[in-house]
Write a protein that binds this ligand. Structure first.
Ligand SMILES: C[S@@+](CC[C@H](N)C(=O)[O-])C[C@H]1O[C@@H](n2cnc3c(N)ncnc32)[C@H](O)[C@@H]1O
Length: 257
């Protein structure tokens, strides 16, 4: 489809999502597929449609942001978090940990963090900051209803203790929900929190250009406390971690040097 440059400007004005920071070929292909599915022929017509129709607008943002997630995604790494990372963080910083789940999607990740930490700390001492650009996924996170596939990797003891089965769905308990503070946040433009002991940012930077990734890793570095840890997705790695001031603590875990 013609006119993608102008379309990117229009999308930025409407959503504050900067498509220039996302890998172009992949993103354009996704968008073209969605537009064609809606029987629309040009970007301008599509922009007019999403301006006029809130449902279509939401569908677009939702589709654009690719928000698949699940609890304990890549359980091996959660095992490492459990055995090595949490004990190390508690030894270094004590029990008041500042933890940020960046691009948290529907809440599976921050809620998993609360459950995993509950092995080390009483629930009322746990607080997770959880952010995402997409207000719809944040709403879903606050509702806290999940399908069987999403909770497949939740340890049985936690599934029994913290979820209620409602029909085919699983509702996360209030005692877990209350430990997470959800906020809308755009990694490309909003200010970052500071002095975090652990930042979890998984399966989102794969969609960004190298320049955007670099920028974000720099900001994560600034946002960490000294020796704080950055936990990334299992298909990701930070090539230039040394130049960015990180050390490699374990695969998928980097520490601020
Ligand atoms: C594939 S999900 C990853 C969810 C979770 N971290 C995980 O690994 O299961 C990617 C999330 O990144 C969010 N996202 C995309 N661009 C973003 C941006 N610029 N700032 C913040 N979040 C963004 C999307 O809304 C989506 O919820």
């Amino acid at each position: 489809m013609e006119g993608y440059e102008k379309f990117k400007d229009d999308v930025f004005k409407l959503t504050k999502i900067d498509l220039d920071a996302y890998k172009e070929r992949q993103m354009k292909r996704r968008i073209d597929t969605l537009i064609t599915k809606n029987n629309i022929k040009t970007y301008d017509d599509y922009v007019r449609t999403i301006k006029a129709d809130a449902k279509m607008f939401n569908e677009f943002v939702n589709y654009l942001t690719i928000n698949v997630s699940e609890f304990y995604r890549n359980p091996e790494q959660w095992g490492l978090l459990d055995k090595e990372v949490f004990p190390r963080l508690i030894e270094m910083y004590g029990k008041n940990l500042k933890i940020w789940s960046a691009a948290c999607s529907t809440g599976d990740e921050p809620y998993s963090l609360v459950m995993a930490l509950s092995k080390f700390l009483p629930l009322n001492q746990i607080k997770i900051i959880a952010t995402d650009i997409d207000s719809q996924v944040l709403h879903k996170a606050q509702v806290g209803l999940y399908n069987a596939k999403s909770v497949e990797s939740v340890p049985k003891e936690f599934l029994n203790k913290y979820f209620t089965k409602i029909g085919q769905s699983y509702q996360i308990g209030d005692e877990i929900k209350q430990r997470v503070e959800f906020k809308q946040h755009n990694l490309l433009k909003d200010p970052y929190p500071s002095a975090c002991n652990l930042i979890v940012c998984r399966n989102v930077l794969i969609y960004f250009t190298e320049e955007a990734k670099d920028e974000i890793y720099k900001k994560f570095h600034d946002a960490l406390a000294r020796d704080g840890i950055l936990f990334i997705g299992s298909t990701e790695q930070i090539m230039q971690y040394k130049e960015l001031g990180f050390g490699r603590y374990k695969s998928f875990f980097y520490s601020k040097e």
